[in-house]
Design a protein around this ligand. Sequence first.
Ligand code: PMP
Length: 350
Amino acid sequence: MSRFLKEQYRSMEAYTPGEQPRDMQYIKLNTNESPYPPAPSVVEAMNAEQVELLRLYSDPTAKNLKEKLAGLYGVRPENVFVSNGSDEVLNFAFMAFGGQGAVFPDISYGFYEVFAELYAINAEKIPLESDFSVDYRKYCGKNQLVVIANPNAPTGMTIPVWQIEEIVKSNPDAVVVIDEAYVDFGGETCLPLVKKYDNLLVTRTFSKSRCLAGGRLGYAFASPEIIADLEKIKYSTNPYNINRLTLLLGEKTVDAEDYYQEKCRKIEETRAWTTAQLEELGITVLPSKANFIFMKTDKMDGGELYKTLKAKGILVRHFTNPRICQFNRVTIGTKKQMETFIDTLKEVIL
Ligand code: PMP
């Protein structure tokens, strides 16, 4: 740390991304990426001509991509925001709407806490219930920025849309952010509520179900007024927030919806298979609607299991928070990868 850093940031703890090791070839089940490549039409869209066009700035209005997303999801382009990964729109949401404080679950996406600290927002972390579910009543009538991932991470568990509606309805003077990064793997979207409530912001990403984590592309839906606020923040920080290549690949991705739907169904099938295998081994698996599962075994300490699997070439995600340190989060890969995972796990714990 230099002596120049603002006082406010000196003790701030930055977000720790999942490891991206280069030391050996792992079966990588630690950061919820897709095991599948982007659709062929997306891959083919990338060529020398597009790279040459990088001498020009990207479209700061992202007009084409917004129109395509609006078409696919049945909203108006004014209801759509696009961002450099969904991390960016979450960042902007905390910056723009955190004035009265923020509330989110104690076990959820770790970045919420970091954003709250970054903007000196008073944050209340509401403990999940003992079964890791969200009690929606605890988020009602707060009138502070509410942020809930649905499905939640790292649990994979969902909260029903009618409960989200209760939260949105009972916080009319604050923005409610529903982070739907993992909604495409069998979850239920609350997007229809955007037409009914002017205080709901739904965030999404191309990183998981759209096989584009390295492209860094996120999007969000909300009332035109909330979108205009987010645009204001964007134009005050980084107007060309999404590079030309990613914008193009995003548009092609929206056009290839059938390909991605098929891949999502495949991941759901593999998730069901993996869960059944684990349960047969007596392992606890939380009910997941995401492209990962959260599991623990009483045969081995969570941290130990993470280390042992890593030494055998399988990377999963372990969190040190005492409430979940016996668990590991395992991304659903291809069927073959999950077979190797199960075989290795058997070697380790049986
Ligand atoms: N929300 C949740 C719940 C996540 O797990 C992630 C992935 N780390 C994100 C948002 C952000 O993903 P991205 O910035 O790649 O869109």
